[in-house]
Write a new protein. Structure first.
Length: 127
């Protein structure tokens, strides 16, 4: 198989999907996307509503902008961020429906579930 068709055993046609799901895999980015699903917001709004530092909110917004998922409009000295693609709402709705249908199966997944996330946090904190 030519190198451009498969990298590390992953077909190249799934690479964009991998990037999309990675962009949404971070809890902070997902929280920002879910917040923006309810309407546009400034960095200050995200800081207040999600309890984020300014640099954290700005960094994650930059990532989401680079992925083409979030855009902004300037009004004076303020920037108002919003979801750039309405299809993202459909994806979030489908994910919520899938999670409802699978119950605890995803949360209990030995590779990506909550127990694994908690173990990673504990290790990071030295517990």
């Amino acid at each position: 198989m030519p190198m451009n068709e498969c990298v590390a055993g992953i077909p190249s046609d799934v690479s964009p999907a991998v990037a999309l799901f990675r962009s949404l895999a971070d809890p902070t980015r997902l929280a920002i996307v879910r917040r923006l699903a309810h309407g546009e917001a400034r960095v200050r709004d995200l800081m207040t509503e999600l309890g984020l530092a300014q640099s954290t909110a700005s960094g994650h917004l930059a990532c989401l902008r680079d992925c083409g998922l979030v855009a902004f409009r300037a009004q004076g000295r303020q920037s108002f961020y919003f979801l750039a693609r309405p299809e993202l709402m459909d994806l979030l709705t489908a994910a919520e429906q899938l999670l409802a249908a699978t119950g605890d199966a995803v949360a209990l997944c030995p590779t990506y579930g909550e127990q694994t996330a908690e173990s990673a946090r504990a290790a990071k904190e030295g517990r």
